[in-house]
Design a protein around this ligand. Structure first.
Ligand code: KG4
Ligand code: ZN
Length: 377
């Protein structure tokens, strides 16, 4: 069964054709990042207009490159930005009607957790059914969720952020420090360059000693925002962001370096001093360690068969290393997507739709967008 997946929840206009849930036949992503960069974040109205302009071309290219008959259309109906989601959902409804094929509505966060199973050629697969029970970790610009997956296609949130998502925490810090948008990839590279320039092994004790101890975002037990979840499986990144702000206010040399300050060699961004790089590496480490700590706790709670990682932040090189150690210690494989499937894409939507067709038929044709949809809803 060949499914066309359509994704317009945020700042990527993306369409892909996937055969039988795993094999990606085409994958087209038009990224709007340059349009949003001047504003330091995604502007919903600009996103919506750009989706309208690009959606037909992206979908037609995906269908042409896949070079096969399309048996169904899958589309993201949440979570995401309402004006952006509407474009994809309406386009998908129209296309399903005109092609006379079923429409399947897919949850964006759940779809991120399908990305480790996508393959580019039958030689890499077909894969066995995804392992269950598995622990899912969806980390993106909009979400940070620990998700219990008792069987494939069933999701229950067991932990989450109480405020900012991990990607948002990266992006806001980057904006504050003037490093540009999106912040995650810049922070990742600067932290790695800092470790290399100082000759430090990020897995060694000297690394921690060289860094500023930013808070690890542990929420207090019993706070209402936990909504009944265990504090040991939740994080809060807003305090971390405030600590960073306070730190740079108290240390003006970080953002206003004296002439002659030591510069970071081979920096991905101009004008980064060694001290700025240390602040960036410390901030990243606080996010990574808090995510890793909750993941270790979640892994110890149940006999999971795998740790399944998804979302744009799963591209972070330090998170990948630290989580692979955590998974190894827990005796489970860490399943991660190829880098091209970590960010938003249509293949994850088409892939999951093959397994999970709960919203289809008349219900799909009548459904509206659900901007604050959660995994398992
Ligand atoms: O999954 P995604 O493409 O979109 C959402 O569903 O939100 O994730 C985008 C997020 C952004 O916040 C971006 O800064 C972050 O993923 N990101 C990273 C890295 N690459 C992208 N964060 C940390 N390290 C990276 N290497
Ligand atoms: Zn996403």
């Amino acid at each position: 069964m060949n499914i066309l997946g359509i994704e317009t929840s945020c700042d990527e206009t993306a369409c892909a054709v996937v055969r039988d849930g795993f094999e990606v036949l085409s994958n087209v992503v038009y990224t709007q990042i340059p349009l949003h960069r001047p504003y330091g974040g995604v502007v919903p109205e600009i996103a919506s207009r750009a989706h309208i302009e690009k959606i037909s071309e992206v979908a037609e290219t995906a269908i042409r490159e896949a070079n096969c008959a399309i048996d169904a259309i899958a589309v993201t109906y949440g979570a995401g930005l309402s004006p952006a989601l509407i474009v994809g959902l309406n386009y998908a409804k129209g296309l399903a009607l005109s092609l006379g094929v079923p429409l399947i509505c897919v949850n964006h966060i759940e779809a991120h957790l399908h990305t480790p199973f996508l393959v580019d050629s039958p030689a890499e697969g077909p894969l066995p059914p995804p392992p269950a029970p598995a622990l899912g970790l969806a980390i993106s610009g909009g979400h940070t969720n620990w998700i219990d997956m008792p069987e494939y296609g069933r999701y229950e949130i067991i932990g989450q952020t109480l405020d900012d998502a991990a990607g948002e925490a990266f992006d806001k810090a980057s904006k504050l420090l003037g490093l540009g948008y999106p912040g995650g990839p810049k922070v990742d590279k600067i932290a790695a360059r800092y470790a290399a320039a100082k000759g430090l092994d990020p897995n060694g004790a000297d690394w921690t000693k060289s860094l500023i101890a930013f808070p690890k975002g542990r929420p207090r037990d019993g706070v209402a925002a936990l909504s009944g979840l265990s504090a040991s499986l939740c994080v809060s990144f807003s305090g971390l962001k405030t600590s960073l702000l306070r730190y740079v206010q108290q240390h003006p040399e970080v953002t206003l370096p004296a002439s002659g300050a030591e510069m970071l060699p081979e920096s991905p961004v101009d004008g980064v001093t060694m001290e700025m790089a240390r602040v960036v590496a410390s901030y990243q480490e606080a996010i990574v360690q808090s995510v890793a700590e909750r993941t270790r706790t979640a892994l110890s709670r149940r006999g999971y068969k795998a740790l399944v990682l998804g979302g744009g932040v799963s591209l972070n090189s330090r998170i990948r290393t630290v989580l692979s150690v955590a998974a190894k210690r827990a005796g489970v494989p860490l399943l991660m997507a190829k880098p091209k499937y970590c960010g938003d894409n249509g293949a994850m939507i088409a892939g999951l739709a093959y397994f999970k067709r709960t919203i289809t038929g008349d219900e799909a044709m009548k459904i509206d967008v659900h901007p604050s949809l959660e995994a398992g809803d």
